[in-house]
Design a protein around this ligand. Structure first.
Ligand code: ADP
Ligand code: MG
Length: 334
């Protein structure tokens, strides 16, 4: 059997099945943004890990070492944000090919350190080894959270309002600029920065975690078309997304027009936005949204509704149903 027959998530399920009877009480294993390990009666550690491989996740000649160090930690911290947790520690493992020089690695760790400082996250260990020709980076992060504030993918409820914390598609636009070798100017730089220096939404996650009315939450790493499906599968719910409500930046709108990019595709399936997607009890949305605005000077964007039924996303545009085959970025599946 080929890996492409079952895909990334088919493989993870195949692995997870072997361990289904290991569950220790109060722990949560495979399936959410972080694993949950109880710390004491009221708090837990949350743990997540991500791998970045040269030529799969980044092109070494297109990203600076500073950006690569920053991004390696950022994509991991994003999973801590997704649960509503506070980052605490990180571990960094790195496989280094011969042509990578010490000065490159100095700049790499400068980027990693800058973001670590911002969120007071200490580097506690890791592993260092040789690699044949590609640079490979693995980061593991540990966060802390009060048990009654944990936001899971499995808590979406019928009639919840689906929200995102910021613009979608900028990172995909940045990738397109790199791939098409478009000139770097003030506008395109904004999209390149979204792609190379994503901001983990730690503060937003912590803020939202205090509200009981916030039900399910996760971070957008693969695009909402794929990531929302994880919430729907875990919560056994369906959803309607209003394409006209998806927030996109002015710069992305301008460049998409100029270069004939499919902005809807970018906003739904581009991936690597690292904004949060969450579902809020419809009775609480009107109370929470202004508080979010007051705290962050940006709206909590309403993009759709959770509905009853089989896990499936219905897409509408100004009330009209849209047929689509957008499925998000899934490793191994063509
Ligand atoms: P995210 O995009 O939030 O980082 P992933 O889609 O990578 O999450 O992973 C989904 C879930 O599967 C997570 O709970 C993750 O820990 C788990 N997972 C991924 N790969 C493996 C693996 N090789 N072995 C065990 N669990 C895995
Ligand atoms: Mg995640």
């Amino acid at each position: 059997m080929k890996l492409s027959d079952i895909g990334e998530f088919g493989l993870i399920n195949r692995f997870a099945k072997q361990f289904s009877n290991f569950g220790a009480s109060n722990t949560l294993g495979i399936g959410d943004d972080c694993a949950i390990l109880p710390l004491n009666e009221n708090e837990s550690y949350i743990v997540s890990t991500d791998l970045l491989i040269e030529d799969i996740h980044f092109l070494r000649n297109k990203i600076t070492p500073f950006e690569l160090g920053y991004k390696s930690l950022a994509v991991n911290l994003s999973d801590i944000a997704a649960m509503g947790g506070q980052p605490q520690f990180s571990f960094l493992s790195i496989a280094i090919p011969k042509d990578v020089e010490v000065e490159y690695l100095d700049q790499f760790i400068e980027g990693y350190h800058q973001l670590s400082s911002k969120y007071n996250t200490n580097l506690m260990g890791g592993d260092t080894t040789k690699s044949v020709d590609r640079l490979a980076i693995n980061v593991l992060v540990v966060g802390k959270i009060e048990n009654n504030k944990i936001k899971l993918r499995s808590d979406a409820q019928t009639n919840d309002i689906i929200c995102v914390t910021g613009n979608l598609g900028d990172s995909a636009g940045g990738l397109q600029i790199l791939l098409d070798q478009l000139p770097v100017n003030q506008k395109s730089k904004q999209l390149l920065d979204a792609h190379h220096l994503p901001e983990p939404r730690i503060k937003e996650g912590l803020f939202l975690s205090q509200f009981k009315g916030v039900h399910a939450m996760m971070d957008i790493s693969d695009g909402i078309a794929s990531d929302l499906r994880h919430i729907l599968n875990a919560s056994k719910q369906s959803a309607t997304i209003e394409l006209q409500s998806l927030p996109t930046s002015e710069v992305l709108q301008q460049l998409a027009k100029e270069h004939y990019w499919d902005i809807t595709q970018m906003a739904t399936s581009g991936g690597e936005d690292y904004e949060l997607i969450l579902t809020i009890d419809s009775n609480y949305f009107e109370g929470i949204a202004p508080k979010f605005y007051q705290r962050f000077q940006k709206p909590l964007y309403k993009i759709g509704t959770i509905t009853e039924g089989m896990p499936k996303i219905s897409w509408t545009n100004n009330g009209k149903k849209i047929e689509t085959n957008q499925s998000g970025f899934n490793h191994f599946k063509s």
